[in-house]
Design a protein around this ligand. Structure first.
Ligand SMILES: Cc1cc2nc3c(=O)[nH]c(=O)nc-3n(C[C@H](O)[C@H](O)[C@H](O)COP(=O)(O)OP(=O)(O)OC[C@H]3O[C@@H](n4cnc5c(N)ncnc54)[C@H](O)[C@@H]3O)c2cc1C
Length: 534
């Protein structure tokens, strides 16, 4: 019997990490159930779900048959509410096994993984809403009610401070009434909606925004259109109109963007990191299978260095994205479970810096992996006959939503400037490495010196110059961190050694290029780089 959990030893490896909590047997059991549904229902349904797509009728969405079946199977298995406490019928899973489930579901169907992943919204309700709202909404997640996260508007994308959707308190009904438009909302016709809206009349920035929960049964929200999009077509992306839609306030007024959206987005960014790893896994498997079956010039194409080089690079980027995913998830878990306040703060800081780094690196690598995996298929990859064509389109979204790659750099550069990444890199360096791996450690030590020099060169420069170099600095930190993580994992299990070797050598070259670019960059080059400012 196929199973996406059992057929991937990297998952059990991450679950048995020394820093994991003790509930592993329970995680293992549930992940096996989800792995079974992924392999035997969701993956076989993926093509049909995307071909049929969601439909719109009378302002509401109907899922494709296959998507509805996926959702029903997971609901019947009792695995929704995966991270919620048991008193809300949840499974009380920590972040590591939660994102592992997302990774497997994304491998099966990236579009459907959004419907699954949006249960993250329940976390925000759990953390910040009143007891009354918690009791009203949280037990419904287990029963299969779905969620949406309604932030974006036509003029408020990356810049959510520009959100305009109006919220006015209605003393008569005791509800807030919402009016306006949201766009690009995944699963926009969900039963439970979290909405960012302007509650402070006349305000212009993020301090005038509050957070609300809406129940579809209260009415007032209609889907105006379902977007016709490039990928993840099995899940609906909607434009919504709000007409006196009743809603309840979450937490306090004015903290909608600054506190609650930021918290929700941090969780969702780890979720997109998991989605990206799942898509990379799918791309790798499709490419490997094809390369082993396809003959040209009298031999299997996998025997050509040009092909096996691409495959081994895909695998290295896949395994490296995965180690970063689970390291980030562990930091999130430790920031919540540590009893010592200083330790909590330490892990919170790490989680805050690693989350955008993960979203950036895993999203970009997933796109590169899908591109190379399609290339290995040659012309067949361009046709709809093989899953790689869909996987390639699905991958594209991972660097766009939940904040584009450029916005992840804006968040992650803080970890470069305040030294959080460097201290953690030095902590990894302190871990002993066997003689067999010493040469890899040497590469990493050189990379760290160049990284430190590059950061020093940027001290005191104008902020525009720092912004210009930010992505290079963040990627240098990312490559160093991922190289160390893979090397540490290779100590526990030698099967990671080939990927560690390939990745660290490549990362050494990429970082050297960034280092030289930063070192030799002259301010007069700006003239060239800004030539399109007309
Ligand atoms: C399929 C899909 C599903 C989505 N689902 C949801 C959802 O469920 N809920 C939701 O609220 N939203 C959702 N979105 C919206 C998504 O989060 C936004 O599209 C995304 O944040 C980018 O905003 P934008 O499209 O307005 O692009 P813009 O903000 O206009 O950005 C355009 C370009 O400018 C760059 N840019 C902008 N500002 C900066 C800056 N300060 N520094 C550097 N570069 C910058 C961006 O990186 C990008 O390259 C979804 C979008 C898509 C496509």
């Amino acid at each position: 019997m196929k199973n996406f959990y059992r057929d991937n030893p990297d998952l059990a490896f991450q679950l048995t990490h020394p820093l994991m909590d003790s509930d592993i047997e329970n995680y293992d059991l549930v992940l096996e159930i989800i792995g079974d549904i992924c392999a035997n229902t969701i993956a076989p349904n993926a093509e049909e779900a995307e071909l049929e797509g969601p439909t719109l009728s009378d302002g509401h969405v109907t899922y494709p048959r296959a998507t509805a079946e996926n959702h029903r199977m997971l609901t019947q298995a009792g695995v929704y509410g995966i991270s919620l406490p048991q008193k809300y019928d949840g499974l009380n899973f920590s972040m590591v096994p939660t994102v592992m489930a997302t990774e497997m579901i994304a491998r099966a169907d990236a579009g459907f993984s959004n419907i699954w992943g949006l249960q993250d919204c329940a976390e925000t309700i759990h953390e910040f809403a009143s007891q009354e709202i918690k009791d009203e909404f949280l037990p419904r997640i287990y029963k299969g009610d779905t969620c949406s996260m309604d932030l974006t508007e036509p003029n408020a994308g990356s810049d959510l401070q520009a959100v305009k959707l109006k919220a006015i308190f209605d003393t008569e009904s005791g509800f807030w009434l919402l009016n306006g438009v949201k766009r690009f909302i995944t699963n926009g016709d969900a039963q439970i909606k979290l909405i960012l809206a302007r509650s402070q009349e006349g305000s212009k920035d993020g301090r005038g925004l509050s957070y609300f929960v809406h129940d579809s049964a209260w009415g007032g929200v209609r889907v105006r259109r379902i977007e016709n999009k490039l990928g993840i077509r099995s899940s609906p992306t909607c434009e919504l109109t709000f007409t006196n839609a009743p809603a309840k306030l979450i937490g306090e007024e004015k903290l909608g963007l600054i506190k609650y959206t930021m918290s929700l987005m941090n969780g969702a960014r780890v979720g997109v990191g998991a989605q990206a790893v799942g898509i990379s896994e799918a791309a790798y498997r499709e490419a490997l299978k094809y390369a082993q079956e396809r003959f040209q010039f009298g031999k299997k194409i996998i025997e050509f260095p040009a092909v096996y080089e691409m495959l081994s690079m895909i695998k290295a980027k896949l395994q490296d994205s995965r180690v970063l995913l689970y390291e980030t998830a562990r930091f999130v878990d430790l920031s919540k479970s540590s009893v010592d306040r200083n330790e909590q703060k330490h892990f919170r800081r790490l989680a805050d810096c690693y989350t955008p780094l993960l979203k950036l690196m895993a999203g970009e690598y997933c796109n590169q992996n899908a591109y190379d995996a399609l290339q290995i298929h040659g012309g067949s990859g361009y046709m709809k006959d093989y899953p790689i064509e869909r996987i390639y389109r699905d991958a594209r979204i991972t660097t766009i939503y939940e904040g584009t790659s450029q916005l992840q750099v804006v968040a992650a550069i803080k970890g470069v400037v305040n030294g959080t990444f460097l201290s953690q890199i030095i902590a990894y360096e302190a871990q002993s490495v066997g003689a067999l791996y010493a040469y890899l450690k040497e590469y990493l030590l050189t990379m760290r010196q160049e990284y430190e020099e590059a950061v020093t060169m940027m001290q005191g420069v104008e902020s525009e110059h720092l912004d210009f170099q930010a992505r290079r600095l963040v990627e240098m930190a990312g490559c160093l961190i991922m190289g160390h993580l893979l090397l540490i994992d290779a100590q526990r299990d030698e099967s990671f050694l080939p990927s560690a070797e390939i990745f660290i050598y490549k990362a050494y070259c990429w970082n050297r290029e960034h280092y030289i670019f930063i070192r030799d960059f002259k301010s007069s080059f700006y003239k060239t780089y800004t030539f399109c400012h007309v």
